[in-house]
Write a protein that binds this ligand. Structure first.
Ligand code: BGC
Length: 762
């Protein structure tokens, strides 16, 4: 057995060497070579070994789902030796990864290396802001760089595959996982998806500091009914094709090497068992040649859904539907070999899946050097470097959104003032790290208190006011919120009384969003709203700094508090970023990637809604589409965000008012910085297709540009509208562009009113 294994390794090495010698491979020849190597290897593999490649086990300590069944370390080691494991997740650290890789490579018959997956969601140890916050920057270069930094740290720690980017569009702030994505819009979501894929994967997947990306969760997980986690999804074809799928397509076009399916069903079919999504659309139509991993035991969950009667049937359905790898479900490893032997599942299904998995392993260079990510010296040098801290600080500042700034309360004066800082979150070094940061340690963020202390010209006083949580909040436990204890209010009120300005840091704990963190209430959790109102009674000069992983309903604050800063959970450098923005050393330019509701009853609320047959109360009567107890608008719309300066838009022009389908239309607008600070503005372009064979939204984002403008400066910003932006998917999933009248809007938010029109003709 051993001799055979060595013979095969030798043969493979010879193939590699021969090819290396021949020439510096071009892209095509490299691809061909990989395909040949896959053929050779595949021809040596038993059915069990093929199934083994499709099997992924969780590591031995971090758990990100319900406790796995019968997954002892002994069993996993034994299966590694047998070549029955293709991948492991949540094993981390150069040394630890080397240990499992060594078993797979040196003790199994064929020595096929493992691919090591991990949730590198917004950084590895040095953390960037949560992904929703990053999307608020609308800065694609910065987002790409943030993913690159994450890949650099993760790859130095043994990891070569991230379960990111999460590209689920969601309109429902009740759903805790909105923190992981890019918000509600498919156009912004698609751009961010591509930027993240390129950041993780770089130009060369075989480099030691790049890792394979994974677009997840395929598909429609963000449309879980009523925002409840793991719930059913029931959406129409138009929503699927126009809202849900575009970011996945964009990730595929950007070269993403893997996708993860999702826990939800869609229209009665669990997506893990959906051939329509995984084969027809992804692999056939989009020509995706990487592989699909299931979500954590999502193959087994088809039994609970009532779609498969037992594990055997679940394995059959998932494999045939194109789920190539089973994450921690033990279903493939237990059932698939027999299913093939019984002739129920064709071996060609296995060959296709294994081919895809091996392809990515070859591309990563794992066959050339399985230990290439296991260099402990590199790991020590890379993780937490100054360069990485600088990058995440830069990203954090760019992610902050200024929501309100009455009477220019911000930026704060740097000298001669007394500033009261209030809120438990202001003195928290863990919560700002956000959710999904398994590799990073608690207490490693710069707190807002620490960030503010760096500015020495003012007197800074601090009072907690109230705890947000009771006890320590943890990733795998329900967070307990303090709903009763107001014993520290008095100290906070007294501190506020003596201050010129009060900065209150309030919001959600980092673990109040993320997986399994759906909420039915979007107000400030616990007693924080009461604290805000009590402090307001003694000092109205309040700057509210929000920490949160989802849109919150802060209507009272919007009506009463003069300055509001959306600071999300900004990662390792949180306090420095917040302080630099509050003191005006950085002028905020973020724009909301998700609509903020007035109250939870408005949810789902989003800017690209349909007009309905009764959009207004033009007759002054009650018969129109609205709620009778709240205004029909959001609190803050998608795309909204202020700056310390002001911008004026003028001269919106098109090169034509009538174009034939297929012709480009050029749009230009002048943007002037009319305020007192240099600043940046996200110039946004929206269209409205007035009449369609499938009704169109009242606005659709179709372009944006981040421009930097000095005080008094004017720039002309140009956009092009074309076939790719003027069409939509019809109810057969076919992309079409229809003739008709269009509106074009340009401005600094989705509620801009600067508009013009054109027509498209056949
Ligand atoms: C999540 C995935 C994640 C996986 C592995 C699942 O519970 O839904 O997003 O990648 O766990 O940690």
């Amino acid at each position: 057995m051993n001799i055979l294994r060595h013979y095969i390794i030798l043969a493979l090495t010879l193939i590699v060497l021969t090819n290396c010698k021949a020439q510096k491979p071009t892209k095509m020849s490299k691809k061909n070579t990989i395909e040949q190597k896959i053929n050779t290897l595949l021809s040596q593999m038993t059915i069990e070994e093929k199934v083994g490649q499709m099997n992924q086990y969780n590591g031995f300590w971090d758990v990100t789902g319900p406790a796995p069944e019968g997954g002892s370390a002994e069993k996993k080691h034994e299966h590694l030796r047998k070549g029955w494991v293709g991948s492991m997740l949540s094993v981390r650290g150069a040394k630890e990864v080397r240990a499992v890789q060594k078993i797979a490579v040196e003790e199994s018959r064929l020595g096929i290396p493992l691919i090591i997956g991990f949730d590198v969601i917004h950084g590895y140890k040095t953390l960037s802001p949560i992904p929703l916050a990053e999307a608020a920057s609308w800065d694609l270069e910065a987002i790409k760089n943030s993913a690159h930094i994450a890949a650099t740290e993760a790859s130095a720690s043994g990891i070569n595959w991230t379960f990111g980017p999460m590209v689920d569009i969601s309109r429902d702030a009740r759903w805790g996982r909105v923190m992981e994505g890019a918000g509600e819009d498919p156009f912004l979501g698609s751009k961010v998806a591509a930027a993240r894929v390129k950041g993780f994967q770089g130009d060369d997947l075989s480099a030691t500091n790049t890792i394979a990306a994974c677009a997840k969760h395929f598909a429609a997980y963000g449309f879980s009914e009523s925002g409840k986690e793991y719930n059913t999804v029931d959406i129409g074809t138009s929503t699927l094709h126009n809202m849900v799928l575009p970011p996945f397509k964009s990730a595929v076009d950007a070269g993403v090497r893997t996708l993860m399916n999702s826990f939800n069903e869609i229209n009665g079919v669990p997506v893990t068992g959906s051939s329509y999504l995984q084969r027809d659309i992804l692999k056939d139509e989009w020509k995706f040649d990487g592989y699909v991993v299931s979500d954590w035991a999502s193959i087994n969950e088809m039994i609970n859904w009532g779609h498969a009667k037992d594990k055997r049937e679940a394995a059959k359905i998932a494999a045939i539907a194109g789920s190539d790898m089973d994450m921690e479900g033990n279903v493939y490893i237990e059932e698939l070999t027999q299913l093939v032997k019984d002739g129920v599942v064709n071996e060609s299904i296995l060959d296709d899946a294994v081919r895809r998995i091996l392809r990515v392993k070859f591309e990563l260079g794992l066959f050339d050097n399985p230990y290439k990510y296991c260099d402990e010296t590199l790991e020590r040098e890379t993780i937490g470097s100054q360069k990485n801290h600088d990058a995440v600080l830069d990203m954090a500042k760019k992610s902050i959104v200024l929501l309100k700034n009455e009477n220019n309360l911000l930026p704060l004066k740097k000298e001669g003032k007394t500033i009261a800082l209030i809120g438990a979150l202001a003195n928290d070094k863990t919560s700002p790290l956000g959710s999904w940061r398994i590799a990073s340690d608690d207490e490693t963020a710069v707190s807002v208190l620490e960030g503010m202390q760096a500015y020495k010209g003012n007197i800074l006083t601090y009072a907690k006011g109230a705890d947000v949580t009771i006890g320590k909040a943890e990733f795998i436990q329900e967070v307990k919120i303090n709903t009763t204890d107001k014993s520290d209010f008095e100290e906070a009120i007294n501190t506020a009384k003596q201050a010129d300005v009060v900065v209150m840091v309030l919001g959600e704990h980092g673990f109040q969003t993320g997986e399994a963190r759906s909420r039915t209430n979007l107000q400030l959790p616990g007693v924080q709203q009461d604290l805000l109102e009590e402090v307001y009674k003694v000092n109205k000069n309040i700057v509210l700094v929000l920490n949160n992983g989802r849109p919150l309903a802060i209507t009272w604050a919007d009506e009463n508090i003069p300055a509001i800063v959306e600071a999300w959970q900004l990662g390792t450098e949180t306090g420095n970023a917040v302080a630099q923005v509050l003191y005006g050393d950085y002028n905020p330019s973020g724009k909301l990637p998700m609509t903020f509701p007035r109250n939870v009853g408005q949810v789902p609320i989003y800017y690209n809604y349909k007009n309905t047959g009764r959009p207004t109360d033009k007759d002054g009567n009650v018969f129109w589409s609205h709620y009778s107890d709240v205004e029909n608008t959001p609190l803050y719309p998608f795309g909204y965000g202020l700056s310390y300066t002001t911008f004026k838009y003028s001269d919106l022009k098109l090169n034509t008012t009538s174009a034939v389908i297929g012709e480009d239309i050029s749009v230009s607008v002048n943007v002037t910085n009319t305020g007192n600070f240099n600043g940046k503005e996200v110039v946004q372009l929206y269209i409205r297709d007035l009449f369609g064979s499938v009704t169109r939204p009242v606005k659709e984002l179709k372009g944006f540009e981040l421009v930097e403008l000095k005080k008094g400066e004017t720039k002309t910003v140009a956009f092009t509208l074309n076939k790719e932006t003027l069409g939509f998917y019809n109810n057969d999933g076919k992309y079409i562009v229809e003739a008709g009248d269009f509106k074009v809007f340009v401005g600094g938010s989705s509620n801009t009113s600067l508009e013009t029109t054109f027509e498209l003709t056949k």
